[in-house]
Design a binder for this molecule. Sequence first.
Ligand code: TTP
Length: 410
Amino acid sequence: MKAVVLAAGKGERLRPLTDDRPKVILKVANRPIIGYVLENLDPFVDEFIIVVRYEKEKLIKALGDEFNGKPITYVEQLPGEGTAKAIESARKHIGEEEFIVANGDIYFEIEGVKDLIGVFRREKADAALLVKEFDDLSHFGKIEVEGSLVSGVKEKPGKVSGYANLGVYIFKPEVFEFIGKTPVSKRGEYEITDTLNLMIWAGRRVAYAVYSGYWNDIGRPWNLLELNEYLLKNRLRHEIRGIVEAGTTIVPPVEIGEGTVVRSGAYIVGPVKIGRNSRIGPNCFIRPATSIGDGCHVGNAVEVKNSIIMDGSNAPHLNYVGDSIIGENTNLGAGTITANLRHDRGNVKVEVKGKLEDSGRHKLGAIIGHNVKVGINVSIYPGRKIGSNSFIGPGVIVDRNVPQGHIVTV
Ligand code: TTP
């Protein structure tokens, strides 16, 4: 069986981290998001077809042409937007057999795929999808069911409870005929949920499997922190491959990659994951749910908690990084501090695609893009974003979002 993984989207809600790259290659717990998708599909498939478009060269470079010895074929999305259009783009690579489809920007576990295939076969279905019960479906597609089959799909139904569409499907090749008849939706996209409705109205059997494991749809920046925390708390093994000097305290589980040096006085409380060839300490405090990538520097008198610091980035002297995401090759000047808590203790709000959204988080720090230079003694308000390739001068108070490629001085 083949798996089609959808990865052509622009990931606009995840700016500034997607300013210059597709969201699926952003690393969480030091691995690209799409890596988890491929890993959990891997036992069931013999080939991956990845649908690409936005910044596709970076995705192809990051993944290469095989995964666990199985070939990856890249196909460019056909003109037009939406998940149905993305799936249609893989048509010429699909033979007579059923195939799995998964969004490339979600996290799910292997049991879900196993159950999905089981239900598809048991129900002799024409299609099947994975669902999960939520109290509030305002951000999801609601799956209505009758007995063991789906009776309809409603996109973004408002604040109601029920089964949400998780973005993992299995189809027979006949789906392409229905995709060909799928009209463009109100938001201007060809959506696979509309295709499913067409199939149901035509009397096709669309089955569903209820998933009870952890799932996350990486749409907004704080979803990266949620997934990071989940992976570190549930999937991390204590393993020290780097050099740890005497006088360091390490509370397991902590993973430290090859070539990384942890200097005396560092105090690391797991779960913490540190990549390869990084420099940690001396005298720093790294608190739980922190991922630090390859080639990073976390130096003297720096505290980091519940954060993601991507490859090649530095918090070298006297920094506090709390509940924050720092993109690749970004440098924080000495004394730069992220604030992660409002004085009124309210939820931190973040601007997403021009609208202020409640993150639902009491604590959320900064979201900083790639290749950013932050000067000394910069203070960053909770939930503020700094665009990639920006330059923040010394002493600036970042109380509003900074767009990509901007210079801000006092
Ligand atoms: P979305 O998260 O809905 O879209 P997106 O990734 O572009 O993000 P944003 O809305 O923030 O801009 O997409 C769900 C999945 O489908 C995701 O894996 C990307 C994929 N996709 C495509 O492959 N092609 C498309 O045209 C669209 C809209 C999505």
